[in-house]
Ligand binder design. Structure first.
Ligand code: CO
Length: 208
């Protein structure tokens, strides 16, 4: 079963060792990634591949619609490990245009558990309803909601006590908001980077 995947794996491992004989031995000793990627589970948004990074260089957390919910133990565990143990220097929240999770949050259809998971996106849509309703094109409106969702998750990450404590002890760490385009493979930086607690209000969503 799945023989093609096992064969792919052997070929991939062989190629890595052919270029760098100590590649896996080195990674076995420790991981020291500088980046935490919080992205969507969508199969078209493969974290390492998009930014062309090797194993060991990117700590990754993915879920439906790239959320950073302040009560989600899975995300919080990843965040704390990345900040306190790995001491990553950058956290990127990476959304993508055409996100099925974002559109499912606001299309009014019932799907079950995921409707609860996507609740924070409906909150974002409601808070920004005036701006969103002024965009006549549905696709453009959803793309803007993808951006607003990323901005909100950047705020969630930056306002988390793990980040607040890291900054208080002088640890350098930045939180970035990016959106990936499925149509051309390119990332857009939303320019909402937070390097210090007092920049959280500059994200453009108003004060907490
Ligand atoms: Co998505």
């Amino acid at each position: 079963m799945l023989d093609h995947l096992k064969s792919n794996n052997r070929n991939w491992a062989n190629r890595k060792v052919a270029v760098d004989a100590g590649f896996f031995r080195r990674l076995e000793q420790q991981q020291a990634p500088e980046y935490l990627w919080i992205g969507c589970s969508d199969s078209r948004v493969p974290a390492n591949e998009i930014v062309d990074l090797d194993p060991g260089e990117l700590f990754v957390h993915r879920n439906v619609a790239n959320l950073a919910p302040p009560q989600d133990a899975n995300y919080l565990s990843v965040l704390q490990f990345a900040v306190d143990v790995l001491k990553v220097k950058h956290i990127m929240v990476v959304g993508h245009y055409g996100c099925g999770g974002v559109s499912a949050a606001v299309d009014g259809k019932r799907r079950g558990l995921v409707d609860h998971w996507l609740h924070p996106i409906r909150d974002v849509a409601h808070e920004h309803r005036d701006e969103l309703n002024a965009i006549p094109d549905t696709r453009a409106r959803l793309d803007r909601l993808c951006e607003l969702n990323v901005m909100r998750q950047v705020r969630n990450v930056a306002s988390d006590v793990f980040l607040q404590d890291a900054w208080a002890r002088g640890q350098p760490i930045s939180v970035h908001g990016w959106v990936y385009s499925l149509s051309n493979g390119l990332i857009t930086d939303l320019d909402v980077t937070v390097n210090r607690p007092d920049q959280i209000g500059d994200i453009g969503l108003g004060e907490i």
